[in-house]
Design a protein around this ligand. Structure first.
Ligand code: ATP
Length: 147
C-alpha cells in the first residue's frame, strides 16, 4: 500500500533544509498560490520570494524562501532555492544588517559599472540576490511577530 505522503526536499546552496515526508506543501508559484497533496500531477514552477509551508503530523511549518523553483511529482517535491529559513529561526536584526551591507555593495558596484565589466556584473547580481534574501526574511519574520 502506498504511503500517502510527499517526500519534500528543500535544498539551498549551503544546506539541505528539509528532507522528510509531508502531508501537503504549498507556496506562491509564478501562476499564483498552489497546494500540492500526494498524487498531484507533475509540474515545475518558479517560486515567488515569500512563504512556503508544509504540513506534517497535522501541523504546519512555515519557511521564507527566495529565488528558487519547485518540482512537484505525485510522491515527491523538490525545492531548489537561494535561501530557505524557518520563520521562527529568522534573526531579523541579522537580516537588517545583511540588507544594509548588500545595499552598500550594490551602490558601490553600480557607481563603478559604467564600463560594465563582468566582475562588476557579478558583484551586482550577488548583492541583488543578498538583498532579496534579506528582504524576504525581514518581511515574513516581522509579519509573523507583528512588528
Ligand atoms: P549574512 O550576511 O547575515 O550571513 P547572507 O544573506 O549572507 O546574510 P546567506 O548566505 O543567505 O546569508 O545564509 C547563510 C546561512 O545563514 C544560511 O544557512 C541561512 O539559513 C542563515 N541565515 C542567514 N541570514 C539569517 C537570518 N537573518 N536569520 C537566521 N538565519 C540566517
Amino acid at each position: 500500500m502506498s504511503d500517502r505522503r510527499i517526500q519534500l526536499r528543500i535544498v539551498t546552496p549551503d544546506k539541505t533544509v528539509v528532507d522528510m515526508p509531508v502531508e501537503a506543501v504549498g507556496a506562491m508559484g509564478s501562476e499564483g498560490a498552489f497546494t500540492a497533496l500526494p498524487g498531484h500531477l507533475p509540474f515545475l514552477t518558479d517560486l515567488q520570494p515569500g512563504l512556503l509551508w508544509y504540513r506534517t503530523e497535522g501541523h504546519n511549518r512555515d519557511l521564507a524562501v527566495s529565488g528558487g523553483f519547485i518540482e512537484i511529482l505525485p510522491d515527491k517535491a523538490v525545492v531548489l532555492a537561494d535561501s530557505a529559513d524557518y520563520l521562527d529561526e529568522i534573526d531579523v536584526e541579522r537580516a537588517e544588517r545583511a540588507l544594509k551591507r548588500a545595499q552598500e555593495r550594490l551602490a558601490a558596484a553600480k557607481a563603478e559599472a559604467d564600463d560594465a565589466e563582468a566582475g562588476l556584473k557579478t558583484d551586482i547580481s550577488r548583492a541583488t540576490a543578498s538583498i532579496n534574501r534579506a528582504t524576504t526574511r525581514i518581511k515574513l519574520a516581522t509579519r509573523r511577530i507583528g512588528r
